[in-house]
Ligand binder design. Structure first.
Ligand SMILES: *[C@@H]1O[C@H](CO)[C@@H](O)[C@H](O)[C@H]1NC(C)=O
Ligand SMILES: *[C@@H]1O[C@H](CO)[C@@H](O)[C@H](O)[C@H]1NC(C)=O
Ligand SMILES: *[C@@H]1O[C@H](CO)[C@@H](O)[C@H](O)[C@H]1NC(C)=O
Ligand SMILES: *[C@@H]1O[C@H](CO)[C@@H](O)[C@H](O)[C@H]1NC(C)=O
Length: 351
């Protein structure tokens, strides 16, 4: 999930694709500590999610969803777009392997072609842009050949990802449990209302919406908020109470912890080595930070003011802070694959 405009392209697969009237949940899996697919589907059922959106067409998950009443949105991954756009045999094979193999026991209702495709602006990314619509056309041809009816007229506005992070870095104003719970509970109330609220231009229309996301995902890169979009912790427990059916009144929830970061943080913060990390990897990240130029590590050279104490942890903390201070305005984050964390206490005072 990125903060900028999100663009999605979807095809509704089946003519009975009448939306369930329930809220959907994005099931992102960029974590190395997440519950199994089976446990995750149990959680989705217990939460009464109406649908689930996958970022691929994972065979195990699609098999486990068979026979459940959860509607499923699958995705052609970005790296397959060009191949599918230029080769009908590849498109047919994708549909056979990822749709026909599970249809109709698994209620696949939407096929998304690509994820955030228009936010990739490299030459390779732009090649993908040009192949996006052709890939959608080929998938459509494959579905038709398989007699899976497409009903383009029923395509409606959908919200593929929406949500609020429950935590983040020091500078991530407003990322809190209170705000996340409030946003998502209000979203559910609005989107499950009867009759549907719709939009100002289309009152009464049901808009399918997928909350981002099921879990906090510890392997997402970028600012701290990226790793805190979950409704659930990585161990499967709830971060805050939420009733996805929208039936629970706000007064029936337990009180939420107060938010302390609704205003921008005005103080200083540093980016330092995270505790208990692998020192070999930390050394690699230190080398990377120091190779970014602009004098990032000048003060660490022998004889300079920050050379002592001569430890990987101290040098990495200095280099991360220096790198972050210099390149933050250009989008650099304090992450380094989980080797760095933010702090509001000056690391040089403990060095
Ligand atoms: C199209 O893809 C199929 C398999 O997916 C492959 O066997 C075939 O060689 C491809 N055709 C071209 C022209 O690349
Ligand atoms: C689950 O993880 C959260 C966050 O790390 C932690 O606070 C909580 O105690 C854990 N719960 C269980 C049952 O392990
Ligand atoms: C530390 O990381 C290196 C490189 O990834 C790896 O080879 C090594 O096994 C790790 N050491 C420990 C103790 O995990
Ligand atoms: C880094 O150095 C280059 C070349 O001297 C300069 O153009 C750029 O603005 C510097 N960037 C930062 C963040 O200081």
């Amino acid at each position: 999930m990125r903060g900028d405009a999100l663009l999605f392209f979807s095809l509704l697969v089946l003519s009975d694709a009448m939306p369930s009237g329930k809220i959907g949940v994005n099931y992102g899996r960029l974590g190395n500590n997440l519950p199994s697919a089976g446990q995750s589907i149990e959680s989705l059922r217990a939460m009464k999610a109406g649908s689930v959106k996958l970022y691929d067409a994972n065979p195990e998950i699609l098999r486990l969803l068979a026979g459940t009443d959860i509607r499923v949105s699958i995705m052609v991954p970005n790296y397959e777009i060009i191949n599918i756009a230029t080769n009908q045999t590849s498109a047919n094979k994708w549909v056979e392997d990822n749709v026909l193999a599970y249809h109709p026991e698994t209620m696949i209702r939407t096929i998304l072609v690509g994820n955030e495709v228009l936010s990739y602006c490299s030459d390779e990314g732009k090649r993908m842009w040009n192949h996006l619509v052709p890939a959608m056309r080929r998938i459509k041809i494959s579905l038709r050949a398989q007699d899976i009816h497409l009903d383009f007229h029923s395509i409606r506005l959908s919200i593929a990802e929406t949500g609020w992070p429950s935590a983040g870095d020091t500078g991530d104003t407003g990322a809190s449990i209170y705000n996340a719970a409030t946003y998502n509970r209000n979203l559910v109330t609005k989107m499950t209302g009867r009759p549907p609220i719709g939009t100002p231009a289309r009152p009464g229309l049901f808009i399918p919406a997928f909350i981002f996301s099921l879990y906090d995902e510890n392997q997402k890169t970028g600012p701290g908020t990226e790793r805190h979009w979950g409704l659930l912790h990585a161990n499967g427990t709830s971060i805050y109470q939420i009733d996805l059916t929208g039936k629970r009144a706000s007064s029936e929830y337990e009180p939420l912890p107060a938010t302390h970061n609704d205003m921008p943080y005005g103080g200083k913060s540093w980016c330092v080595a995270a505790p208990d990390v692998n020192l070999t990897e930390l050394e690699g990240a230190l080398t990377f930070a120091c190779s970014q130029g602009n004098g990032t590590c000048e003060a660490l050279t022998p004889g300079k003011e920050c050379y002592e104490p001569l430890s990987v942890i101290w040098h990495a903390s200095f280099a991360f802070s220096s790198y972050w201070a210099k390149f933050r305005s250009q989008g650099a984050s304090c992450y380094f694959n989980g080797l760095a964390v933010q702090t509001t206490s000056d690391p040089s005072e403990s060095a």
